[in-house]
Design a protein around this ligand. Structure first.
Ligand SMILES: Cc1cc2nc3c(=O)[nH]c(=O)nc-3n(C[C@H](O)[C@H](O)[C@H](O)COP(=O)(O)OP(=O)(O)OC[C@H]3O[C@@H](n4cnc5c(N)ncnc54)[C@H](O)[C@@H]3O)c2cc1C
Length: 246
């Protein structure tokens, strides 16, 4: 068994992302075509000003023309299960049906790592599960014919824990990323997906600062917290802001 750490790499993104968003925004409000706008001699400042104005007005569809692809390693299955609930994205995840987990790779939550007794208990269980996983593979593989040579993996994996490490490639467009950061960078989100979303945010921020500089938990864009009694207190509650404005 082997503990794994989070690793996030931005594999690729739509070329000239600001130009593409600008061309989409500009075409909406002019007689010019996006084809001409894309290569027109327009200053960075002018592009950023228009894009910011359009997006701040709530017209977010131009953001859908720009996508980002990330390779993620060192996340648990507990985390990937939450991740793939975000439907406006594409995923390719390492299969437990086809890939045998050698040295059972796992992710350990910081709270367990910081508690010596809990840490030992956790490692003992992972070690026992790893041994049982291998036993099941041995028991089932002897029953299978050559054609079904990997079939036993899909049943042996039933005993694998949520802590199991997984690898996944994610593609999201910029609009979905803003939504994803809104809910997953929030202190209400579970620690691991929050850590993942913060890593993803720092990567896209360096590519497209005009869109992602103010991105993060939804309070960052709203200026208030809509979480009521779950609020972390960093921003005033929505109700307080409404009361102040009456
Ligand atoms: C703190 C927290 C706690 C959670 N707890 C639970 C829980 O206890 N149980 C649980 O099951 N889930 C839970 N979730 C998951 C949550 O309910 C969502 O499934 C997840 O956050 C995906 O977000 P989404 O549906 O907004 O967005 P995405 O799938 O990323 O879609 C983005 C947006 O597109 C629109 N959209 C997408 N699909 C549809 C559709 N079919 N119809 C209409 N509009 C659509 C919506 O506006 C949506 O917000 C939790 C999430 C968080 C952040």
């Amino acid at each position: 068994m082997e503990e794994r750490e989070l690793k996030v790499v931005l594999l690729s993104h739509t070329p000239r992302p600001l130009d593409v968003i600008y061309a989409a925004c500009r075409q909406c409000y002019s007689h010019h075509s996006a084809i001409d706008i894309l290569d027109a001699d327009v200053s960075l400042e002018k592009k950023e000003t228009l894009v910011k104005k359009v997006i701040d007005s709530g017209h977010e569809s131009p953001l859908e023309h720009v996508s980002f692809t990330f390779a993620v390693e060192g996340i648990s299955r507990a985390c990937s299960h939450q991740l793939v609930r975000h439907r406006l994205a594409s995923y390719s995840q390492q299969s437990q049906r086809y890939v045998e987990l050698d040295n059972l790779p796992f992710v350990m939550p910081p709270s367990i790592k910081a508690n010596e007794k809990a840490r030992k208990r956790f490692l003992k269980i992972i070690s026992e599960l790893e041994a049982s996983y291998k036993d099941l593979i041995d028991l089932l593989s002897s029953q299978n014919s050559q054609e079904d040579s990997r079939k036993y993996l899909e049943d042996a994996r039933y005993i694998l824990p949520n802590a199991c490490e997984t690898r996944i490639v994610i593609t999201m467009n910029a609009r979905e990323l803003l939504h994803f950061f809104g809910v997953r960078c929030c202190t209400r989100a579970q620690w691991e997906i929050r850590r993942l979303s913060e890593e993803m945010l720092s990567l896209v921020r360096s590519v497209l600062p005009i869109i992602f500089d103010r991105a993060g938990a939804k309070c960052e864009r709203l200026g208030y917290c809509p979480e009521g009694s779950f609020s972390c207190g960093r921003y005033p509650l929505k109700e307080e802001v409404l009361r102040r404005n009456v």
